[in-house]
Design a protein around this ligand. Structure first.
Ligand code: ATP
Length: 435
């Protein structure tokens, strides 16, 4: 088996392209730097991550509800939240090639990463990461709007609507999944830092006089540790970085950056922050306790995840190279519930109508309950290898014997073991094994 340090970004990027997980964006027009399109299998994988998050944290709890708010909001939202003034990164420019870098990330004493020269960098200036656009046909100052840089503010500004329509009482949380946009100075590392990405965010509201925030914080941290374990994120690569007091945002009493050991280094995977009453206060929103009539501003704990970063962590955790008798097998040992395709169905040979017909029949029945793929291209060995790289847990092959004994060969992705299963039993077999 490959040592984990053998897993390079080149291997992950190449597999993603080769197998239809992630394509370079706008490729036929020469591409667009740091933009990526999710291919058929990447889309399935991303959807499965989002669905399992929603299932766990919204449907699986009685104190959570969901929301889907707008991407373009009244600019006053960003004024109140502080993004217009403060959502900026310090930027420097290489004096030789004029490439721009984030001053807090680049080594200012070293040579330029782009041109290799050592002519130094300019003094830093603040650069606002908000993406600007205009609403309507005129490009005047009054029509300026912004693409949201996070989904969270959509939750805060709907707090009253949510309380009034759902009858939720504190403590409760609101979850949202959706696109966010940041005009990053230095995007890169594949889908790790992009300008258009997806977030899965929760704002968990509570009464600071009734609830112990440390307990709630711990509860969310534990819930996310379990969730990551459930989707196969390698726990040996996870680090929980408790941000030191001096480095905390002024409104936060505690923030943990959850880091993952990516092939390009240990970097933030997601954040968990106790944000006090900062956000609701900015929007002048309060809550009245229905029992005591006490009016106050709820406090909030925010687990904020990036879908794309989580997908990259899942891919890095699952990527495996195994030595076989004659070569190296690349296999994505991805958790079964995340696998883009659950079962691949093959006729042994493409030019034998009776095999193809039987295989199509099995495919049609299985696809009602499981995400399936039919494949009759090339030899079965090659088809297995392709499915291994996509991470498909099971392959079903219909051969000549199947026509006699009503059974098929089921091959397991991880062990490569093959067993004969009656066609009439297949549905049950997969129901039991794909839990
Ligand atoms: P970083 O320090 O890496 O820029 P951040 O601390 O600004 O991240 P947050 O504002 O806390 O990030 O956003 C929450 C999460 O959203 C991040 O932990 C990450 O998973 C995801 N995220 C943020 N920016 C990007 C991006 N440019 N590309 C992909 N995912 C992102």
């Amino acid at each position: 088996m490959a040592e984990k340090q053998d897993i390079t970004m080149d291997k992950i990027v190449s597999l993603c392209k080769r197998r239809g997980f992630v394509f370079p964006g706008s490729e036929i027009y020469g591409g667009l730097a740091n933009s990526w399109d999710f291919g058929p299998y990447g889309t399935e994988l991303k959807n499965n991550i989002k669905q399992y998050w929603w299932k766990t944290f919204v449907h699986g709890r009685d104190d959570m509800i969901g929301l889907d708010s707008a991407i373009i909001m009244n600019p006053k939202v960003w004024e109140a939240s502080g993004h217009l003034e403060n959502f900026q990164d310090p930027m420097v420019e290489c004096k030789n090639c004029h490439e721009r870098f984030r001053a807090d990330i680049v080594d200012l004493s070293a040579s330029c990463e782009k041109c290799g020269e050592r002519r130094g960098f300019t003094d830093f200036k603040q650069f606002n990461l908000l993406f600007r656009t205009h609403i309507g046909p005129t490009e005047e100052t009054s029509s300026i709007a912004y693409l949201r840089p996070e989904t969270a503010q959509g939750i805060f500004i709907n707090f009253d609507n949510i309380v009034n329509t759902t009858r939720k009482k504190l403590p409760f949380g609101v979850a949202q999944i959706g696109k966010a946009f940041r005009n990053e100075i230095t995007p890169g590392n594949f889908i790790f830092r992009i300008r258009e990405f997806e977030q899965m965010e929760i704002e968990y509201f509570f009464n600071p006089k009734k609830e112990n925030w440390e307990e709630k914080f711990e509860m969310w941290l534990e819930s996310f540790k379990k969730w990551m374990n459930d989707i196969g994120v390698d726990s040996k690569k996870l680090y929980f970085h408790d941000i030191e007091k001096e480095e905390l945002a002024h409104y936060s009493k505690k923030t943990i950056d959850v880091e993952f050991d990516f092939p390009f280094g240990k970097k933030e995977l997601f954040g968990l922050a106790y944000r006090g009453d900062f956000d609701l206060k900015n929007h002048k929103i309060s809550y009245t306790d229905p029992e005591t009539q006490e009016k106050f501003i709820p406090h909030v704990i925010e687990p904020s995840l990036g879908v794309d970063r989580m997908m990259l962590a899942v891919l890095v955790s699952a990527y495996t190279e195994e030595k076989t008798e004659d070569d190296i097998r690349t296999v994505l040992k991805i958790d079964k519930k995340l696998a883009p395709i659950k079962v691949a169905v093959f006729p042994l040979m493409k030019n034998k109508p009776e095999l193809v017909e039987k295989a199509k029949d099995i495919f049609d029945k299985l696809k009602i309950d499981f995400m399936c793929e039919f494949d009759d291209n090339g030899n079965v060995g090659k088809r297995y290898r392709r499915q291994d790289e996509i991470g498909t847990p099971y392959c079903v092959t219909v051969d000549f014997e199947s026509l006699e004994d009503g059974a098929v060969t089921v091959r397991d992705r991880d062990t490569m073991k093959q067993e004969r299963i009656k066609i009439s039993e297949l549905q049950n077999y997969f129901k039991n094994n794909l839990q």
